[in-house]
Design a binder for this molecule. Sequence first.
Ligand code: MOS
Length: 681
Amino acid sequence: MNAIGQDIPRRHGHAKVTGNATYAYETDVDNAAYCALLQATIAKGHVTEIDITDALALPGVLTILTPGDVQKLAPVDNPELAVLQDNHIAYRGQIIGAVIADTSEIARHATELIHLSYHVDDHDSAFTADRDDLYTPKALVTGAPADTTTGDVDTAMRTAPHTIDHTYSTATNHNNPLEPHATTALWQDDTLVLWDSTQGVHAVRTDLAEVLRLRPDQVRVICPYVGGGFGAKGEPHAHVVIAALAARALPCRPVRLALTRAQMFTLVGYRPPTVQHTRLAADDTGALTAIAITSTSPTSAMREYVEHAAAPTRMMYAAPHRATRHRLAALDIAVPTWMRAPGECPGMFGPEVAIDELATALGIDPIDLRVANEPEVDPETGKPFSSRNLVACLRQGADRFGWADRAPRREGDWLVGTGVAAAVFPAFTNRATASIRYERGHYVVEIGAADLGTGAWTVLPQIAADALGVPLHLVDIGIGDTAYPYASVAGGSTGTATWGSAVLVAAETFRDKFGTDPTEGDEAEGSHDTGPFNEHYSTYAFGAQFAEVRVHADTAEIRVPRLLGVFAAGRIINPRTARSQFTGGMTMGLSMALHETSSLDPRFGHVINHDLAEYHIASCADATDVQAYWIDEEDPHVNPLGAKGIGEIGIVGTAAAIVNAAHHATGVRVRDLPLTLDKLL
Ligand code: MOS
């Protein structure tokens, strides 16, 4: 009886693909009204006049929310949530009003009938890495310092026989989950119910209760299904507060609010661009003597977000002289946020291309060069790695991919090359509680977790079944509801490891209390916290990404016929959902490499290609052969489950592998994403 490790299809998979699963916007409520957002069309200043007469006169319009005309919200850490508190505008696209109407069409139309006057201030939305007002953030999101220095990189660079000193850059990328952010809000007496598309129902409850001056038990958040999030749904954004305020304005009438695709490019965060000044110094054998990176990004003047792209360089390779730095420019732009593998994803672009450049310069195979620079312990902390199987990933990947005999070749009109890059992502856990109740012969697990389409519905019962020692079909589960015990956000690749560890403890407690023959109503709880597990070890998942790239000799059209990744991510609970996480991440990495770039026009302060016609993402035709494998890795130190998290590592390193392969094919070294054909000509 071993459910863990089984290739189990997703629970509700059929309901989802047949359109029968109910998402937040589709919640079955009576007599719903619809909310449309009014957005600022200037980048900085304030609203001087707002005339809603014509909009209110439109038949079907119920009410309009305007700046200063809503309840006084509580001051909270996140200024994004302080909606409509005053007439100040901090970025173009900021919400400055909302119309509630009988239909979504009427609501949207009415927003166009609102007449606005502005006082316009000069704005500054132009990001460059050589601005003279760059500043050093206080800390990274992990609490780690913004800058680290060991030894003397400058001297090492001056004295080493081989150095790499280049600037690499990644583009602004926008999270574009299939399901846009959406909320259905309903007030029942003094209780607020939100069906919200979110990565964490408890996080939404905590934040909304605080900002609306409610007790947490007055807010219930429900979200059984999520059509993707990638970090943009990792915390509530302004529109969720608007939905709550709109519903409160209409007693007993629920309100639906769904963001348009264009609004997804303004209101819910994005991955800011990075400019990575990367330096390597090495001796004749390829042993690194220095490794250094300064990563510079923009953030919003409204709220600081640090893209911690210099962080992975701290632990990736051994070198006696090291320096990592983060610099920010605070601009009049929308607020950036987490996007799949924040920090590591962009941060493993520059250094992994630089390593490839060093390998080329030294005439050493890029895999051998990486192996030669494996650290014994975490170079930053001095702690041992709980497990580190990067070398095994590189070796197995090389075998599977056919890395040997990799001379670049020409096939007809196509130049063909191959490339490799390493991947890394931290293995953390968070806090969660699960309950298990015996009911009509079934074991009912409840936990306020979220399933972004990734498989939590499916893998948590597998974990429970094994720990209880019962067949999988006897385990039922409820997730995505604050009525269930507290669980952390589905973010940072911590979901399965955190919630699974709580389920494990709950199941063991249940067995200890009730044995193997429970009676109706028996119930037990179990919790997991980021306990002592990480104190003594440095905990990361690793991977190796391989790419084949073909470039047309005349037009420089780029194709990626093959991607292959091998990962070491601890215990894999379900190979089917795991493979889909890995290949999904790799495909998103391919998309980042070849297509994705949000163009911000500094004259206006907003992203101009704000739809999926202009913001290109990889299609099925781009991703022809994407394969993921993993090492059977046992890690007793990382958490009770031995799982490291797999949601993000698949995107890490993919773009570097593709750029390295393009260089191998053509001899042209591109250091700026996306890799478009004009850069190869
Ligand atoms: Mo992920 S960017 O931690 O939701």
